[in-house]
Ligand binder design. Sequence first.
Ligand SMILES: Nc1ncnc2c1ncn2[C@@H]1O[C@H](COP(=O)(O)OP(=O)(O)OP(=O)(O)O)[C@@H](O)[C@H]1O
Length: 289
Amino acid sequence: MTAPVLDVSGLRVDVGGRRVVDGLDLVLRAGEATALVGRSGSGKSLTARALTGLLPEGAARSGAARFTSWDGTAADLLSLPPGRMRALRGPGIGHAFQEAQASLNPTVTVGAHLKEALKAHGAERSRRRARGLAALRGAGLEDPERLWRAYPFELSGGQAQRVALALACVLEPRLLIADEVTSALDPLTQAAVLDVLRARTGAGGSLLLITHDLAVAARWADRVAVLDRGRIAEAGPADEVLRSPRHPFTRELVRAAAPGGRDGTRPAPSGPAAGAPAAVASRAAGGAR
Ligand SMILES: Nc1ncnc2c1ncn2[C@@H]1O[C@H](COP(=O)(O)OP(=O)(O)OP(=O)(O)O)[C@@H](O)[C@H]1O
């Protein structure tokens, strides 16, 4: 088993006087992709935001989240001063959101976004453009030279999503948190982008993939953690959790995502793979990831 990159224990988040994450424990390891799944409103995004210090105003968090950087230094994300957290975002933790357009500055070109991120973290000036273009290419964008000069409003939704991903990846973070970043993409682009995200784990990075889609979790994640009302109901190897769920909530989730749906009439979820159990079976049989 590889070393933990992030060890979260007893994470609590309160927002608007309501506890929405309630004692969450989660370990993310080097070289592994973990899918955080759960129904809408279960607290997935606020978990990610609590970890990267991007909670909405008025929200409060407690607990511990020990993060280990590339150089082996460890820090508790929940007690880091804002300046150190800002320094860690980028080379330590990349966070890409579902609302890509909203995360881009409308008055600044794509290239300037990337150059600014690289400059802020001390990247060599002469290498910034090449690194930025490589990140755009890495996020599956064609013609990065043209996109370099584009403003966010000139991008399609899918292009904006991939630019936001390139921004989250350009500093080669130890941990990449991808929050529903592929749900608006067509199946072919979705698969290409997920392959790119997955590749982040190759060099000892860690990936937290927040998704509704169990087929995505089955195909691209090593581990699955199931969130139910702010708590981890069940966590383990993806094929075990999705093939033989132990917790009643996971069983319900897997049944609802299976071809035919819970009541036998619902269609299979959209995505590159069919229902989760089929995707798990294909992986178990050596199918493509
Ligand atoms: N800014 C906010 N102010 C008040 N409540 C919020 C805010 N953001 C989220 N919440 C509430 O916190 C709970 C968890 O929200 P969160 O966005 O983490 O869910 P989620 O699992 O990511 O959902 P989805 O899959 O729909 O994105 C929900 O009940 C939501 O209504």
